[in-house]
Design a protein around this ligand. Structure first.
Ligand SMILES: [Zn+2]
Length: 194
């Protein structure tokens, strides 16, 4: 068994003009601002636990140090940033605190921006989030989707994306499995000592 494949943490982002460090195991190398599909990359990282060619210690290190950047990358799109700024303003109106929000906040903002770009009604996303099975829920949070993303804000942004008035009002398997998968990855927690 070859355990010598090291994860290179010193690579730079390959995006033109960017000198930031790239996220581990991105191909081509990309930082959190320039990665195109952060979810596929991060869930790939989590699924590499079964890969015997990688040192598990390196892999856990890679996951640990890139989880927060994954959250940032997920909401780094126009709808996500609009919702994030709104939430930040609500959480800290004077803008004085340094911000490090719970994973659940990022999860809700990502779920909402996914719903907005897919043109789903607010209630669709709200009900998918509220029906996430307990088996998936790794931790309890006291916050609700509604307290993080307000209906009027969601609908305002959705109208900007989809001005033609059509809207999806039923839960689809696609949106449900997307949001459930994002829940597992955004809420990732350090494994308990085995
Ligand atoms: Zn970059």
């Amino acid at each position: 068994m070859d355990m010598d494949q090291k994860i290179d943490f010193e690579r730079n982002c390959g995006f033109e003009g960017c000198n930031a460090f790239s996220l581990p195991l991105t191909e081509p190398p990309r930082c959190f601002l320039h990665i195109e599909d952060p979810h596929t990359w991060f869930s790939g990282l989590l699924s590499k636990k079964e890969d015997p060619t990688l040192s598990q210690r390196d892999l856990l290190h890679a996951i640990r140090r890139s989880h927060d950047l994954y959250r940032e990358a997920l909401i780094n799109n126009p709808a996500g940033m609009q919702l994030y700024r709104k939430y930040r303003l609500q959480a800290d109106p004077k803008g004085k605190a340094a911000h490090s929000f719970d994973d659940f906040i990022y999860f809700c903002i990502d779920a909402a921006s996914t719903g907005i770009t897919g043109n789903f009604a607010y209630d669709v996303i709200k009900s998918v989030v509220s029906r996430i099975p307990r088996a998936i829920k790794s931790s309890q949070t006291k916050k609700s989707f509604e307290s993080v993303v307000h209906r009027d804000e969601y609908e305002k942004i959705r109208h900007e994306y989809h001005p033609d008035g059509k809207i999806i009002i039923e839960v689809t398997r696609g949106i449900e499995s997307t949001i459930q998968a994002r829940y597992r990855t955004t809420m990732w927690k350090e494994p308990e000592d085995e």
